[in-house]
Design a protein around this ligand. Sequence first.
Ligand code: TRP
Length: 332
Amino acid sequence: MRIFSGIQPTGRKHLGNYIGAIQQYVAGQDRGEAIYCIVDLHATTVPYDPAELRTGVYDLTATLLAAGLDPERSILFRQGDVQEHTELSWLLCSVTPLGELNRMHQFRDKSVTQRELVSAGLLFYPVLQAADVLAYRADEVPVGEDQREHLELMRDIARRFNARFGEGILKVPEHRIPEVGARIMDLQDPTRKMSTSGSTAEGTVYVLDEPGAIEKKLKRAVTDSANPPEIRRGPDKAGVSNLIDILAAARGTTPAEVEASMAGARGYGDLKAAAAEAVTELLAPVRERYQQLRADEEHLESVLEAGAGRARAIAAPTLADVRAAMGVGPNR
Ligand code: TRP
């Protein structure tokens, strides 16, 4: 079983990214052949700073390695290093309906809020994403609920390609949404997802936050005014539910187990303190390893380079098949 996922090298990674994506990546190493791609090319579809993009790739590489991604057991690489992605994205354009691209929610949202140039790259973002996965004939794509539309389009592109150019050339991948931590909410506004852009500074725990900052943010988390306080999940208890989910994910248990373990608690203070402790225990070692890893850019670059070589060895034969089926280039 081959797993593929892509992750943006922009923005500080937060607890929601850590639980919803990064931990899943690490776990993927035990479930199959795992391939993870740092998508620098996707990052060029919105206004960005070139120097920051490059350092962002190193920041993310160091974060992923610090979290336990093992470049011996999985393939970790930078998208821009493997030209098969860009070539395949162009070839896939021939079976991508323009109307579908226009309808994508992410494109619509970004193109209306963006005050600067809305680039064609933003519209074609999902085609490049399809190429990322299809180049590897991956079976499974672990990504959040917000990527559902992009995954459906990718599957549609693969099916259309096979129908037009030959059955079995591309693999139609499955979407896998992580059950745990798929929705870590903002600690100050638990009706909103913890996110890079849309959440509050005080309500967002960053992977690289110092223990003191983590504790402060969790201890100030919004709960509710139930009297007596009730430590249980429920649709009417967004803040408390979020803390229970966070604690469960940080401890590696289930929300039900957290509820049971909190049966003797005196109030929400106990829940917040337990969450602060568990999240600190989870992230403090990552932060320490990050600092060591981030200091050695040459090493990070050599990890990415080795990953790109291994990625290319898988993607190149797919491209050869796609080109041959499409009549592109000489007949070999
Ligand atoms: N669009 C994805 C996101 O924002 C990132 C991504 C790029 C991706 N290419 C991918 C995810 C391929 C999965 C597979 O999260």
